[in-house]
Design a protein around this ligand. Structure first.
Ligand SMILES: Nc1ncnc2c1ncn2[C@@H]1O[C@H](COP(=O)(O)OP(=O)(O)O)[C@@H](O)[C@H]1O
Ligand SMILES: [Mg+2]
Length: 260
């Protein structure tokens, strides 16, 4: 049985003659331990899909099943890292942030055990020396690592990442992708990763869902073995395939009108 099954999921914000906002009749499955990338242009419904799976958004029709059971509300089995939001409590140290999150999902946990776990997860993301620091003392990249540490510390079945590295520069982004792969190798957590960066999607994902205007157009298996090298001809082929789908989706009428 897949970990997640999404069946004909539809969430419509508005539908007019000019366009449609939301997602329509989306169906796919995610197996335990998989990293599934979701790619598409801005506004194609990526965040909407994640919010529905996280349970923050109710759908208009369709189903989301986790381990075969329908989910419609948020739960500790799914952890979402939001796009571009500062998600740490500013009044708690990093260690405090992790302990708070773990206590929320396990009220009876023993404090010593929570502290031990917090150290473990801070170490995992290379922040063990920063446990006493507050979020305002950290750089953007360090905060991203802290989000990941906090997400993993509650041991979710599914991690939902919405353009998690979008705000970082190219080097920071690459470092975070490497870190995410290392963490995934260690924990085997199932991940759905939204991005609009084709390279990021290919480097990280086992399978890629290509969205155009609220519809799941292609569900592609990533044929490349890890580690994936952009110089590899097979990589370039796969990149070209995704890129062509997204280009077709571009609003060429609008571009032509501007260029004329
Ligand atoms: N709460 C909302 N109310 C109305 N429209 C929304 C809302 N959230 C998103 N939309 C619209 O739905 C479409 C898909 O949005 P979103 O899922 O955020 O796209 P993406 O994450 O792919 O950029 C967009 O046209 C967006 O403007
Ligand atoms: Mg989005």
């Amino acid at each position: 049985m897949p970990l997640i099954r999404v069946e004909s999921l539809t969430k419509i914000y508005s539908s007019t003659k000019e366009g449609f906002a939301g997602i329509r009749e989306v169906s796919f499955e995610v197996n335990e331990g998989e990293v599934v990338g979701v790619i598409g242009r801005s506004g194609c419904g990526k965040t909407t899909l994640l919010r529905c799976i996280a349970g923050f958004e109710s759908s208009d029709s369709g189903k989301i099943l986790l381990d075969g059971k329908s989910v419609s509300r948020p739960g500790p089995d799914r952890f979402m890292i939001f796009q571009g939001l500062d998600q740490l409590f500013p009044w708690l140290s990093l260690r405090g942030n992790l302990i708070f999150a773990m206590k929320t999902v396990n009220k009876d946990a023993n404090m010593k055990e929570l502290q031990r776990k917090a150290e473990y997860y801070l170490e995992l993301v290379g922040l063990s020396e920063w446990g006493d620091c507050y979020p305002y003392q950290l750089s953007g990249g360090m905060k991203q690592r802290a989000f990941l540490a906090r997400a993993l510390s509650v041991n979710p079945r599914l991690l939902l990442l919405d353009e998690p590295f979008g705000s970082l520069d190219a080097l920071g982004r690459k470092a975070m992708q490497d870190l995410l792969l290392r963490l995934w190798g260690k924990t085997g957590t199932t991940i759905i990763l939204v991005t609009h960066d084709i390279d990021e999607c290919i480097r990280l994902s086992d399978r890629i869902l290509v969205f155009t205007k609220g519809t799941l157009k292609f569900n592609l298996i990533n044929p490349l073995p890890r580690p994936r090298m952009s110089e590899d001809p097979a990589y370039m082929d796969f990149y070209g395939k995704i890129s062509r789908i997204l280009e077709k989706d571009a609003n060429l009428k609008w571009a032509n009108a501007v260029l004329r």
